[in-house]
Write a protein that binds this ligand. Structure first.
Ligand code: ADP
Ligand code: ZN
Length: 740
């Protein structure tokens, strides 16, 4: 008797499998979809293991197979198990990441099919059939149309063209004059953009040096340890993407396929079109903006091996790409790779590392500003570090932009109340005169127009969240950035009834307005999530900027991502400080990354670029190193700080948040849990663990619910958390991107 360990689609957050016996009549393997009895119900499941001995003594039979081949490959089943263990998440939620769209709702979408009507040639007809039975005028029309069109047409086309009902066809079928054929078609949503084929460049010397070990790995050379995992650290514009493209070509040459992760589809269209241009017709984009049917088609075609390359955001790591030989994680430091809003709270880069290990694939993680933890692993030999230190531009290599830091306190002291320092104003003016383009970057977080009563200090806040409201001039509403609820604008203070409400702070709108005032002849475009609701709008804006129909682009974070505009000679960072004020151990790293990325938008053409950083903290290490493009310097300082406070990479971190509408209950439950975790630590005599909290989360109230958090720091935190019983209402986040 054989048994199956099955991950069952059941609520309740189980992290273990259930055992079932396999009836003699069924052939079951790892990865198969099955239906199993569960209490009085029958539920879906995926087979995780086939064994000779069940893990639970009393088993019931698997009732039915859903698939006759693995839905999830055995190696990916292993990855799902790793995700469930590492992120302490329900097994089914980890399995579900890999399933075809629609599977869970029991509505596996049928491949879309089209019915064709095919004329049966005279000599194949059942003898005498057609001759004996008279044919009506309508039936005749169909037969004529078919024979004029080569004997075969889609049913909808026939009915549409002749204005007929389906009944007529039924009669023809019954008479044996035609047969019906079902042909599966693919809903091809991206219509595989028409792009001219682009040829690879000849590598520069630096690129060649970086390329050799990667080439060897792809061709089967196994470096010691985990040496087939590469961290490609290269400044912006140093030719990393070109290396990804070559690596993919090499992988295809070896008969294998690749997956390439990008932080966000809508912000990386420029990168994606380079993949399309280099590998026309062989790239699938895997993303959630498609309809369910389209997603299913894409999933199935990928599984069938129709594409050499799958490109997509974090979920693309779970695509069923067969014969995997290469995984690329572009901009590996990006926080978008972490799923923070629902379970499992996985990091796609870390899942990629596991998948590369499981499949023996080569992995390239690329970044201009690697995550400190990734870099630490590379320096310590866990990954192979490859550096590209020079920029490539159309005229060979040009230096990175020259960056000036402006102390905004001095500006204020000397009477300049504008959001533009004198230096930035002068530089913008100069660039405009020289017909060069300018990007002005505003770090939005918490810095949009802030509202306060000048008389009593009243600050309007959201009814359901703990945050204050910000004013948006387009909507003319106050908006909560946590839940997006909007409120009418206040003129009179609801607290003191005085008409003293003031609006201040820097927002994109304000920068845009001041730009128009200072530089009335410049063509200014503001781009942020408020103006660019759709990816299409964003793409349109980027195109007109590329065509130089715009002089100054004003925007938020979305401007920091991989854009390559040769016309930009100046980047102004209007407010560098906002990320610094967040109570989080990664705020320095965040600031450094953001400043480097934004600076990197300047000087990608012939002219050397310039950048101006406006700040109230000119001495802050993250700002200073960013101005010098000094990653190594930043890394040293950052690591010293992390070591001193025992933050990652020197410990692992888990964030536990309890959410409840009752504040008292919230506090009590968090207190109870902290005590029970401490008990486990003490009883087992474990060392090097630290609990912070329970304390209200940074956003202490969200959508009407209170949030209390506990941070756990230490070595094997999974070992402890796996022993804790978490009642409903707890959120577990292992390796959270932040403490807030
Ligand atoms: P990164 O990904 O590091 O930002 P890219 O691969 O986008 O760098 O390269 C920067 C620019 O240099 C791009 O315009 C790219 O087409 C060009 N480029 C890259 N490699 C070469 C090369 N070997 N010869 C000429 N141009 C190159
Ligand atoms: Zn709110």
């Amino acid at each position: 008797m054989k048994y199956a360990e099955v991950a069952v689609n059941v609520a309740g957050g189980h992290r273990h499998t259930f055992s079932y016996s396999i009836p003699e009549t069924l052939r079951v393997e790892v990865g198969y979809g099955v239906r199993v009895p569960f209490g009085p119900r029958v539920l879906q499941g995926i087979v995780v293991e086939v064994t000779d001995k069940p893990s639970f003594p009393e088993t019931r039979d698997i009732e039915q197979l859903i698939s006759l081949s693995p839905i999830i490959s055995p190696k990916r089943i292993k990855l799902a198990l790793w995700i469930s263990d590492y992120y302490i998440s329900p097994l089914w939620s980890a399995i579900a990441l890999f399933l075809p769209p629609g599977f869970e709702r029991n509505t596996v979408i049928k491949p879309k099919s089209l019915r064709y009507l095919v004329l049966v040639p005279d000599d194949e007809r059942v003898k005498g059939a057609s001759n004996r039975k008279p044919v009506s005028a309508k039936q005749r029309a169909i037969l004529d149309l078919l024979s004029e069109s080569g004997g075969r047409l889609p049913v909808p086309q026939i009915l549409g063209q002749l204005h007929l009902e389906r009944g007529v066809i039924k009669v023809l079928l019954a008479k044996g004059l035609v047969i019906e054929e079902k042909v599966e078609v693919s809903r091809d949503p991206l219509a595989r953009r028409e792009l001219s084929l682009e040829l690879p460049f000849t590598f520069t010397d630096n690129q060649s040096l970086a390329w050799h070990p990667i080439e060897a790995a792809i061709n089967g050379h196994v470096f010691p340890g985990d040496g087939n995992l590469f961290l490609l650290h290269g400044v912006t514009g140093s030719g990393k993407t070109e290396i990804y493209l070559r690596a993919l070509a090499e992988t295809i040459k070896c008969g294998k396929k690749g997956i390439c992760l990008v932080p966000e589809i809508s912000l990386t269209t420029q990168t994606i079109s380079r993949f399309f241009a280099r590998f026309p017709g062989r790239v699938a984009v895997f993303h959630s903006k498609l309809s369910r049917g389209e997603q299913y088609d894409e999933w199935r075609r990928i599984k069938d091996g129709d594409f050499d390359i799958v490109i997509g955001p974090r979920s693309a790591i779970f695509s069923p790409q067969p014969d995997l030989g290469l995984i690329i994680v572009d901009e590996e430091h990006e926080w978008a790779y972490k799923q923070s809003d629902k379970t499992p709270r996985y990091h796609a880069r870390d899942a990629a590392v596991q998948l590369a290990r499981l499949t023996g694939s080569t992995l390239i993680m690329g970044s201009a500003t690697p995550d400190v933890e990734t870099y630490y692993k590379a320096v310590n030999g866990e990954y192979r570090l490859i550096e590209l230190k020079e920029r490539i531009t159309p005229l060979g290599s040009t230096p990175l932009p020259q960056v000036s830091i402006v102390n905004m306190r001095d500006e204020f002291k000397e009477g300049n109340r504008s959001i533009f320092s004198r230096l930035l104003k002068a530089q913008v003016k100069l660039a405009l005169e020289q017909r060069e383009q300018i990007i002005l970057f505003i770090n939005r977080r918490g810095q949009s127009t802030f509202v306060e009563c000048m008389n009593c200090g009243f600050v309007p806040s959201c009814k359901r969240c703990s945050g204050s409201l910000t004013y948006h001039s387009i909507e003319k509403r106050l908006i909560c950035h946590h839940c997006r609820r909007t409120y009418p604008v206040l003129r009179i203070c609801p607290n003191c009834k005085k008409e003293e409400i003031k609006y201040f702070g820097i927002g994109t709108e304000k920068v845009e307005a001041e730009c128009r005032e200072l530089f009335p002849h410049a063509r200014v475009l503001r781009i942020d999530s408020d103006t660019m609701a759709k990816a299409r709008d964003y793409e349109k804006a980027m195109n007109s900027f590329r065509k130089r129909e715009i002089d100054i682009l004003v925007g938020t974070q979305i401007l920091a991502k991989g854009l390559d505009f040769p016309g930009v000679s100046l980047v102004g960072i209007v407010n560098a400080d906002t990320a610094l004020n967040l109570p989080d151990f990664r705020s320095g790293e965040r600031t450094f990354q953001l400043l480097c990325q934004v600076e990197g938008r300047a000087g990608r053409g012939i002219t050397a670029g310039k950048a101006v950083i406006q700040t109230y903290n000119p001495g802050y290490y993250a700002v200073r190193y960013a101005a010098l493009h000094d990653y190594a310097g930043f890394y040293e300082s950052e690591l010293k700080y992390r070591r001193e406070y025992s933050y990652p990479p020197f410990t692992r971190m888990g964030r536990l948040v309890y959410v409840h509408s009752n504040e008292e209950k919230c506090r009590a439950e968090a207190g109870r849990l902290a005590v029970s975790i401490q008990l486990i630590i003490d009883q087992q005599g474990l060392e090097g663990f630290k609990l912070i909290g329970p304390a209200p989360a940074f956003i202490s109230r969200l959508r009407g619910k209170y949030q209390v958090q506990i941070i756990i720091l230490g070595g094997n935190i999974q070992g402890i958390l796996a022993k804790v019983d978490f009642p409903l209402g707890w959120i577990l986040d292992v390796d959270p991107i932040g403490m807030i």
